[in-house]
Design a protein around this ligand. Structure first.
Ligand code: UT7
Length: 322
């Protein structure tokens, strides 16, 4: 059996930091409400000329540099994004060109905030089946481009950033499993309903920004993520106490805490970046993973549990020995 291991990680956050105080000037909200209901104090917002491709490139280069890899070492690129550079070519193909990689498969995965887990699961399956030996998996988002800055239910939450993981074939077990799920009947609870139409002058019709029924999303997220982490443990015959680190999607501090409680994991074993990053959609899990790997909290040999939930609804988990 071909195993796969997380060989390296990298991430990038745009320079501009937007505080809750700035949002107080845009919509009827308060720092107190945002902190209490979401756990977010500040977030990074891309510059006008910065795109998901730019962010993803910087995260990918950081992961390649940290692992000592060059373009020739990568034979698969999977990019998770719901804010792509263009309708096509895929952001993955554009990234391939930027990185000087030639001939490898390169494609985007669109599973909204669960995108990175889907991309990670896809790369894991490619490696397991012998179709790739070293995959670059990137989650990159410019959610600021699809936010309605008059909608206080979403503009206080979502943000920009990118994270990358290099997953490579290994003789020793690394990734133990990924579990992916979706339920399209929830399509209306979290969406960007706009679509591209070349015969429309504006090009996009009707609403190119995000619409979210927040409290309904919240309830399903807590329920399904709880089930998803239990599923990962059961499938691998692991106990809750075996998990060294939970690296959750940074959607809302209350969702993170609810899943950690179900796992009976103490706070100090949960990686939380939401206070400084906000919800960066498909970038949130690799951003949190990279931060905790680089600062030495996550050590080689430890058991890590990744999970995410987002529009679709789509959700999933990955269990791995780092
Ligand atoms: O990442 C992908 C998946 N997304 C998520 O997982 C997000 C899940 N949802 C959430 O995180 C939360 O539902 C929110 C943070 C979006 C909202 O928190 P909530 O505790 O569910 O609030 P709510 O929507 O039930 O609204 C409670 C009150 C309402 O006022 P009334 O009707 O009680 O007077 C809202 O209008 O809070 C109000 N409200 C706000 N007040 C101040 C909503 N947004 C704001 C705001 N500032 N930004």
């Amino acid at each position: 059996m071909i195993h796969s291991r997380i060989a390296s990680t990298g991430s990038y956050l745009p320079e501009r930091i937007m505080t809750n105080a700035e949002l107080e000037k845009l919509v009827d909200t308060s720092d107190e409400w945002i902190v209490a209901r979401t756990g977010i104090r500040e977030r990074h917002i891309a510059a006008d000329n910065e795109t998901s491709l730019d962010l993803g490139e910087k995260a990918a280069l950081a992961a390649m540099e940290r692992g000592g890899y060059s373009a020739e070492d990568i034979d698969l690129i999977v990019v998770a994004t719901c804010t792509p550079e263009k309708v096509f070519p895929s952001t993955a193909c554009l990234l391939q060109e930027r990185l000087g990689i030639h001939g490898s498969p390169a494609f985007d995965v669109q599973a909204a905030c669960a995108g990175f887990i889907y991309a990670f699961g896809t790369a894991y399956s490619f490696i397991r089946s012998g179709m790739a030996t070293r995959a670059l998996v990137v989650g990159t988002e410019t959610m600021s481009r699809v936010i309605d800055w008059q909608d206080r239910g979403t503009c206080v939450i979502f943000a920009d950033g990118a994270g990358a993981v290099i997953l490579e074939a290994s003789d020793e077990p690394g990734v133990l499993s990924t579990h992916l799920h979706a339920e399209g009947s929830y399509k209306d609870l979290l969406q960007v309903p706009g679509w591209v139409r070349a015969d429309y002058n504006e090009g996009i019709d009707p609403a190119p920004h995000m619409l979210m029924k927040g409290s309904e999303v919240f309830k399903v997220a807590v329920r399904e993520l709880g089930g998803s982490v239990e599923e990962a443990l059961t499938a691998n015959n692991k106990q809750r106490s075996d998990v060294d680190w939970l690296i959750p999607h940074q959607a809302n501090i209350r969702i993170i805490d609810a899943v950690a409680k179900r796992l009976q994991l103490p706070d100090e074993r949960v990686i939380k970046t939401i206070e400084r990053h906000g919800n960066t959609s498909a970038a949130s899990v690799p951003l949190a993973l990279d931060e905790a790997c680089r600062d030495g909290r996550i050590q080689r040999g430890q058991l890590i549990l990744l999970e995410a939930f987002g529009g679709g609804f789509a959700w999933g988990s990955a269990l791995a020995i780092y």
